[in-house]
Design a protein around this ligand. Structure first.
Ligand code: IMP
Ligand code: MG
Length: 184
C-alpha cells in the first residue's frame, strides 16, 4: 500500500510498509496496562522507572492511567552498535536518583527484542533490594527470546519486524510518530 501523504509529511518522505498499531489501539492498550498495574500494587511505594529514550511517550501516557500514588524516574542505558540489530552489551549512562530499596519497581521499556537489555538491567536493579521488580513493555517480540517471567506487563506481542514510532526510533528518527509502523 502506498504511504499516506500525512505520514510522508512526518517522515520526510520515507515510506513505511504499514501502520501496525494505530493511535486508538495504542491508547486502549495503555489504559489496560495502567489498570493492570493499579490492581497489581495495592500497597507500598511504587517507582515507575522509564528506560530512555524509547519509553518516553509510553511512560507519559502510562503513568496517567495508573490510579494510585507513584513516583517516576528514569534510566538511560545504551547498547553498543547501531542499525537494526541489538548488540550484547549494555551501559548505564544515567542512574536513577531515587533509592530503590524497599520499593516496588516497574521498569518501563518500549520493546523487548532479544531480551538482553532487560535481563542486564533487571540483574543490576535487583542488587539494590527493591521490594519487587517487574517489567512493563509496550511491545514484546516473543519469537526472539526465551520466556521472561520478569516481563510481567505486556502490551502487544509484536511481529519480528523493525518497528518505529511512539518512542521507537531508527537511527534516532521517527520517535515522534503517533502510531507504530513497520519500516522494513
Ligand atoms: P534487546 O536488548 O534485544 O531486547 O533490544 C531492546 C532494545 O532494542 C529496545 O529498547 C529498542 O531500543 C531496540 N529495538 C529492538 N527492536 C526494535 C524495533 O523493532 N524498533 C526500534 N527499536 C528496537
Ligand atoms: Mg532504540
Amino acid at each position: 500500500m502506498p504511504t499516506a501523504p500525512e505520514v510522508l509529511r512526518r517522515t520526510g518522505g520515507q515510506t513505511i510498509k504499514s501502520i501496525v498499531y494505530d493511535e486508538a489501539a495504542i491508547a486502549a492498550k495503555v489504559a489496560e496496562l495502567g489498570s493492570q498495574i493499579t490492581g497489581a500494587y495495592p500497597e507500598g511505594d511504587l517507582l515507575v522507572l522509564g528506560l530512555l529514550k524509547g519509553s518516553f511517550i509510553f511512560l507519559g501516557d502510562l503513568v496517567r492511567k495508573i490510579e494510585r500514588p507513584l513516583q517516576v524516574d528514569f534510566l538511560v542505558a545504551s547498547s553498543y552498535g547501531s542499525g537494526m540489530t541489538t548488540s550484547g552489551t549494555v551501559r548505564l549512562l544515567y542512574d536513577p536518583e531515587t533509592r530503590l530499596e524497599g520499593k516496588h519497581i516497574v521498569l518501563v521499556e518500549d520493546i523487548v527484542d532479544s531480551g538482553n537489555t532487560i535481563r542486564k538491567l533487571v540483574g543490576l536493579l535487583r542488587e539494590r533490594r527493591p521490594a519487587s521488580l517487574a517489567v512493563c513493555a509496550l511491545l514484546d517480540k516473543v519469537a526472539m527470546h526465551e520466556p521472561m517471567p520478569e516481563v510481567r506487563f505486556v502490551g502487544f506481542q509484536a511481529p519480528t519486524a523493525f518497528l518505529v514510532g511512539y518512542g521507537l526510533d531508527h537511527a534516532e528518527n521517527f520517535r515522534h510518530l503517533p502510531f507504530i509502523a513497520d519500516l522494513t
